[in-house]
Write a protein that binds this ligand. Structure first.
Ligand SMILES: [Zn+2]
Length: 174
């Protein structure tokens, strides 16, 4: 499996640690959106797309955040769902929608996304810059047509996988 395209949407003028949203395409076939680049204490890292966990009120069955003490619909006192705890014993507020299940894949995603994030930062300083993040996806346009590949490998036709072999240590914050 190979990442054939990465798109980055920079978040401007933010005091938050959120730096950018990203989408990644696997094998020119499958797109995952809403990855995030977060500024961590050891540099930027990639967060997987996630959703806030919810629990249903036992009385009116409306959805509430898992940490809510009272139902926001009917006001019933809510019990916290003990089952939904992670290994730290803390209740889980967010659940990943899509995520790697081994460190090789995690490093591959992290490396590709952070490279493209840095390239996007460079491009954003040039006049006439606009993000491609919201453009439509069409089959077969990724490998050779992506601006991230054109910009970095202008004259020589480097296979996209080449860089990955030289990858040594990544920056992980989570
Ligand atoms: Zn309720």
């Amino acid at each position: 499996m190979e990442i054939t395209e990465v798109r980055v949407k920079l978040v401007e003028d933010t005091d938050d640690r959120l730096q950018a949203f990203c989408s990644i395409t696997f094998d020119n076939s499958f797109v995952v959106r809403d990855l995030k680049v977060i500024e961590g204490t050891n540099g930027p890292f990639v967060a997987m797309p996630s959703r806030k966990m919810t629990a249903h009120c036992p009385r009116c069955h409306s959805k509430n955040h898992t940490r809510a003490s009272y139902c926001n619909q009917c006001g019933s006192k809510l019990k916290h769902h003990v089952a939904r705890e992670n290994q730290d014993g803390r209740s889980k507020l967010y659940a990943d929608i899509a995520h790697p299940i081994n460190s090789e894949c995690r490093e591959m995603i992290q490396k590709n996304v952070l490279e493209e994030y840095k390239a996007e930062l460079e491009r954003s300083r040039e006049p006439g810059y606009s993000s491609r993040y919201d453009e439509g996806f069409s089959p077969g346009n990724a490998k050779s047509g992506g601006p991230h590949l054109e910009n970095r490998h202008e004259s020589q036709a480097t296979p996209a996988g080449e860089d990955q072999k030289n990858f040594g240590s990544g920056i992980f914050d989570n």
